[in-house]
Design a protein around this ligand. Structure first.
Ligand SMILES: Cc1ncc(COP(=O)(O)O)c(C=O)c1O
Length: 406
């Protein structure tokens, strides 16, 4: 048995949380609210192709060589300026910036830097399933902090910290949270930093959706309130340009950047040059914020379409109404198991895919919710998909209020 040689982190009895979240279906009328993918039609394909060609032409054969782990200089300066101007991180300098292979690698490296087996960490409940998959590999002891309408419940968190002062990491998605869509209030952002200072832990602020705000005002990052260098701010080009290049970035204390760079060197030696140089040339010749605005316009329309459909076909169901991002979160009656529903009803009968709530809980102990994505499906699919959802829930729960609606 080869598996006997595997380390405990591979968890022989289980699989990655990222496998089997939802079925791949080939029904011709399939509608997916499952993934978290950007709308393909809006990838700036011609501009990226031009940028790639410019990078190769300028660098020649050297473009295909190994490169520095720091990544291209212009890109670094661009990100530092963005961190100051748009994220509100004052006094940021080059020693605090690091490029990563997507935000996902940033999460994984932070886990590797901080977590020995059994170490205590806290997560929002629910939280991003990919982060749990990365943390799982380091076998932490998880503590859950419930979500409220204005972000994590910090009173509950402080009570937890009093009992478990050994908690060393808190992972949060403060802007348009994956999966609930909730945004953390300014007061909570400040207070979270105070808690980190008081109880001596590090905050990983993961915010790939930050620029995708459709309503309301942009809020200062948690990092902007950081007084002791405890916050790691993490973002990515995946949702605002393309996920295919796998380029993310983080801002953290120099000592943290040094530790993470040491770990990244061992993982993959460098920031892939051609993807990062392509982004660099794209940024030199295009206005990223103009592109982001076109994403915002499209996604806002889709979000409104989905909330309208939910109000029409599923009145009475508890839904989060986010101000941006990719997702809405539905809370159904206790007793409804959305995983079972997905595999037994939604997919085979309605040809509809979503992500069941249990995937977003460290202990998989909440069954009656679901995450639905509105950026991927078309307007028509959004309307049809919510209708199908409503029909299925009517059959399952026999609730009166669905009857009128459909
Ligand atoms: C909250 C969150 N963090 C990180 C990621 C990973 O993104 P990337 O493509 O930058 O690795 C995602 C992707 O969906 C996400 O939703």
């Amino acid at each position: 048995m080869l598996e006997n040689l595997f380390s405990s982190r591979v968890k022989l009895d289980g699989k990655s949380r990222l496998v089997g979240l939802f079925p791949e279906t080939h029904y011709i009328d399939n509608i997916s609210f499952g993934g978290g993918a950007p709308e393909e039609r809006l990838f700036p394909v011609a501009e990226l192709k031009e940028a790639y060609q410019a990078a190769v032409q300028k660098e020649g054969a050297h473009a295909f060589q190994y490169h520095d782990i720091r990544g291209p200089e212009y890109l670094r300066q661009f990100l530092l300026k963005r961190a100051k101007d748009l994220v509100g991180i004052k006094n940021v300098d080059d020693s605090q910036l690091m490029l990563t292979a997507g935000g996902q690698q940033g999460i994984e490296l932070v886990a590797k830097m901080l977590l020995n087996k059994g170490d205590a960490m806290a997560v929002e409940a629910p939280t991003y399933v990919g982060a749990l998959a990365a943390f799982d590999n380091y076998e932490p002891t998880y503590y859950n902090v419930s979500m409220q309408d204005d972000g994590a419940d910090l009173e509950q968190f402080e009570q937890l910290l009093q009992v478990h002062p050994e908690i060393k990491l808190f992972y949060t998605v403060p802007d348009f949270h994956n999966p609930t869509g909730i945004t953390m209030s300014i007061a909570k952002r400040k207070h979270l930093v105070e808690l980190a200072n008081k109880y001596d832990f590090i905050i990983l602020e993961d915010t790939p959706y930050r620029d995708l705000r459709y309503l309301g005002q942009s809020l200062p990052s948690v990092k902007s309130f950081d007084t002791e260098g405890r916050v790691i701010f993490l973002s990515s080009f995946s949702k605002i340009l393309t996920p295919a290049f796998r380029i993310g970035w983080l801002v953290a204390s120099p000592v943290v950047v040094q530790a993470l760079t040491k770990l990244k060197l061992a993982e993959d030696l460098e920031v892939p040059y051609l993807p990062s140089a392509t982004i660099e040339y794209y940024l030199k010749n295009n206005d990223l914020d103009e592109h982001i605005q076109s994403l915002r316009d499209l996604y806002q329309g889709k979000m409104e379409e989905m909330t309208t459909a939910l109000n029409r076909y599923l009145p009475g169901v508890k839904v989060s109404y986010p101000e941006g991002g990719f997702f809405l979160w539905l809370e159904l009656d206790e007793g409804i198991d959305t995983t079972k529903l997905l595999w037994e009803n939604s997919v085979p009968k309605e040809h509809l895919v979503y992500v069941p709530s249990e995937n977003f809980y460290a202990n998989r102990d909440c069954k009656n919710g679901m995450r639905i994505n509105f950026t991927g499906p078309s307007y028509q699919q959004i309307d049809d998909g919510v209708k199908r959802l409503s029909r299925m829930l009517l059959e399952t729960s026999k609730k009166e209020f669905f009857v009128k609606a459909v």
